[in-house]
Design a protein around this ligand. Structure first.
Ligand code: G3H
Ligand code: 13P
Ligand code: ZN
Length: 308
């Protein structure tokens, strides 16, 4: 199947109340793992490449690997998405390479500037059938005891979200509701602002995106530490919290950290257990298999399993 825009995938998820994983990749093994998991689970997928991933692997290299895999798995609806594009040049690079979806992330600018840049990305992408994501608010954890004013300063403002979606014409929105990137998301209990999320969904109706959505799975983290790693204090978004978020309108669940931890946990294990191994395939192969299992479990939690 040719690569599709993420809008096609996410509109179905929005209509039917489930979420699709956007899995960050930088190299061949992770890409193979995502397609393989999707094939086992019969799930649509969004392949996410950050500017860092594009710099590491090259935009054409990433696109051609994704295209090759997509041709080998014609039954899987797959989108290739630029994650956190920081400016229009990054968007242009992705568009030229054949990406089918982009995120323009101008959320660190004041509202009007964010809107202006986002509109420019929409004008560039929509005529080409490429979907556009934007973000409102800042991605950071918010402690339970902080004041309403402090929460308002960091998290998405639902009225602004309504205006932003109507004025920009974006296809899906990432509202900040208390998650953050990486393995250390919460000091105490994992709490997200679901009231805010519900309001944003009511006022916009479009697919919503949860960034910083990794769960930091216990088995992989334990393995990581058992073989010499240090993840002290790591905490992700538990599966039941993810399911709640999906119930209230999240349709795209961004996942990078879980893949990184699981791949490297298995790499650590192989290296520790076979100190004379010099064949990288003997190290990366089992790590790739482990990532497949982690992605499959996630697809079942998100409800995208069995959707194709
Ligand atoms: O949103 C951030 C993703 O985890 C990508 O991270 O910029 O290190 O590739 P990166
Ligand atoms: P995690 O760090 O929780 O995997 O989030 C990834 C992400 O939001 C990519 O855009
Ligand atoms: Zn993100």
């Amino acid at each position: 199947m040719p690569l599709v825009s993420a809008k096609i995938i996410l509109d179905d998820a929005n209509k039917n109340g489930y979420a699709v994983g956007a899995f960050n990749v930088n190299n061949m093994e992770f890409l193979q793992a995502v397609f393989s998991a999707a094939s086992f689970e019969k799930s649509p997928i969004i392949i996410a490449a950050s500017e860092g991933a594009i710099k590491y692997a090259g935009p054409e290299m990433l696109h051609s690997m994704v295209k090759t895999l997509s041709d080998s798995y014609p039954e899987i609806p797959a989108a290739l998405h630029l994650d956190h594009g920081s400016n229009l040049n990054a968007v242009m690079t992705a568009v030229k390479a054949g990406f089918t979806s982009v995120m323009i992330d101008a959320s660190h600018f004041p509202y009007e500037e964010n809107l202006k840049i986002t509109k420019q990305a929409v004008s560039l992408c929509h005529p080409l059938g490429i979907s556009v994501e934007a973000e409102l608010g800042r991605l950071q954890g918010v402690e339970e005891h902080v004041s309403v004013a402090e929460r308002d300063a960091v998290l998405v403002n639902p009225d602004e979200a309504k205006d932003f979606v109507a004025s920009s014409g974006i296809d899906f929105l990432a509202p900040a509701i208390g998650t953050s990137h990486g393995a250390f998301k919460f000091k105490g209990e994992a709490k997200l602002d679901f009231e805010r999320l519900k309001k944003v969904k009511e006022l916009t109706g479009i697919p919503l995106v949860l960034h910083g959505a990794s769960s930091v799975p216990e088995a992989a983290s334990k393995k990581f530490e058992e073989f010499g790693g240090d993840l002290k204090g790591a905490k992700g978004v538990p599966f039941d919290v993810l399911k709640e978020a999906i119930k209230f309108g999240i349709n795209k669940v961004n996942t990078d950290t879980d893949l990184r931890i699981s791949f490297l946990a298995r790499v650590r294990e192989s290296i520790a257990k076979d100190k004379s191994q010099i064949d990288p395939r003997k190290i990366f192969g089992p790590a790739r298999d482990y990532v497949i299992e982690v992605i499959r479990e996630r697809m079942r939690v998100l409800g995208s399993s069995g959707k194709i």
